[in-house]
Design a protein around this ligand. Structure first.
Ligand code: PLP
Length: 382
């Protein structure tokens, strides 16, 4: 039986369009900074990718800075506002990805967390009140709120947040790494000053992404050298990676309605699990969520036991806890939503994607129910 991959929010399988674009760029070769014909062709490929990424998020091409991925894009934005002196105090949503949280904490600026409600949605009233008593000594308010959460899929009201930050001349970073290619992302409509993207989440290659920097927003280079990316990010450009990223972005953005349709499969799976286990908790259920993501917990069925048994049964899923370097930490996302440690320790994430088969979530549900029944039976005989 072929394995069922249900971990698209970790990374998505590469699309054929991306593989073909990468192969073409690699075969053509060339350094995009060289002035000879081969270099000029590489430059044309890179600039074509820039235009396509910009178009995909409704931003000017000049605003696109290619990076090594979402982590670098988030770090570049956070360190830019601090290094430029624009902001001395950062307001970071409590459910942000570590790429934002850890960068903020390493930046030397003061950090405050924007609370979220039990569904994981940012508390707009808190933000409004906090900005109304902003101390000018702290510079411009810097706000970081992701468009969609990697663990729960919860979508944030970014345009409302931008409206609040505009009243205080703030700066807004929107980490759109999980949202891009899954829902429409319109940089201008969102009101973002910075927006981060990553190719591998949408079926592009790993190790390439972009930071969209609105004209006038502070940008202080972190890498120095050959002044590539108009001095904003030195280092020989990853032309093949950018070409693969653009091809994946085109394909993902052309199939948003197919992605949206994954919600039916996801919802049926959640309903099936809940019909057998009414005490199943689905995180972020009360909020708008990405169509592909389900984070849930059954009290008493530990995350690592689920991961292990489902892995043996042929399903790739992820634990609700962030796992880095082999260490599993409690999920700060679930903690911020007020989920207690015992329940958070039972959380898993199932995430579908562009190449999921129509019955993937259904097959998972049947396998999961078998394992859950075994756990319940074991507890009853214990
Ligand atoms: N931001 C979010 C919301 C993510 O989910 C991830 C990846 O897990 C990142 C940033 C980091 O992106 P990358 O893996 O491209 O460094």
């Amino acid at each position: 039986m072929a394995r069922v991959y249900l971990d698209y929010n970790a990374t998505a399988p590469m699309r054929a369009e991306a593989k073909a674009a990468i192969a073409r760029a690699q075969d053509a070769g060339g350094n995009a900074s060289s002035v000879h014909a081969t270099g000029r062709a590489a430059r044309a490929t890179l600039e074509d990718a820039r235009v396509r990424i910009a178009r995909a998020v409704n931003a000017p091409a000049d605003d696109v800075v290619f990076t090594s991925g979402g982590t670098e894009a988030d770090n570049l934005a956070v360190f830019s506002v601090v290094a430029s002196g624009a902001a001395k105090r950062l307001l970071i949503a409590a459910t942000e990805h570590d790429a934002v949280l850890a960068a903020a904490q390493a930046s030397g600026a003061a950090v405050e967390f924007i609370p979220v409600n039990a569904s994981g949605v940012v508390d707009l009233a808190w933000l409004d009140a906090r900005l109304s008593r902003w101390d000018a000594e702290d510079g411009r308010p810097f706000i970081a709120v992701m468009l969609a959460n990697n663990e729960t899929g919860v979508i944030q009201p970014i345009a409302d947040i931008a409206g609040i930050k505009n009243t205080a001349d703030g700066l807004l970073l929107v980490d759109a790494v999980q949202a891009f290619g899954k829902i429409a992302v319109d940089c201008a409509a969102l009101g973002a000053d910075y927006l981060s993207l990553s190719a591998h989440k949408i079926g592009g290659p790993g190790g390439v992404g972009a930071l969209i920097v609105k004209e006038g927003a502070p940008l202080v280079a972190r890498q120095h050298g050959g002044r590539q990316e108009r001095g904003r990010r030195s280092g020989t450009e990853n032309v093949a990676g950018a070409a693969g990223f653009a091809a994946a972005a085109d394909a993902a953005c052309a199939s948003l309605s197919a992605f949206h349709a994954l919600a039916a499969q996801r919802d049926a799976m959640e309903a099936r699990l809940r019909s057998a286990h009414p005490d199943l908790v689905v995180f972020g259920e009360g909020a708008e969520r990405l169509a592909n993501t389900s984070a849930f917990a059954l009290p008493g069925f530990a995350s690592d036991a689920q991961l292990m048994t489902l892995d043996l049964a042929g399903f790739d899923i992820s634990s609700g806890a962030a796992c880095s370097s082999g260490k599993v930490r409690a999920s700060h996302v679930l903690a911020a939503m007020g989920v207690d440690d015992a329940l958070a320790g039972c959380a898993v994430r199932v995430s579908l994607g562009w190449s999921s088969a129509p019955d993937d979530a259904g097959r998972f549900a049947e396998a999961w129910l078998n394992e859950a029944a075994r756990i319940v039976a074991r507890k009853e005989t214990a």
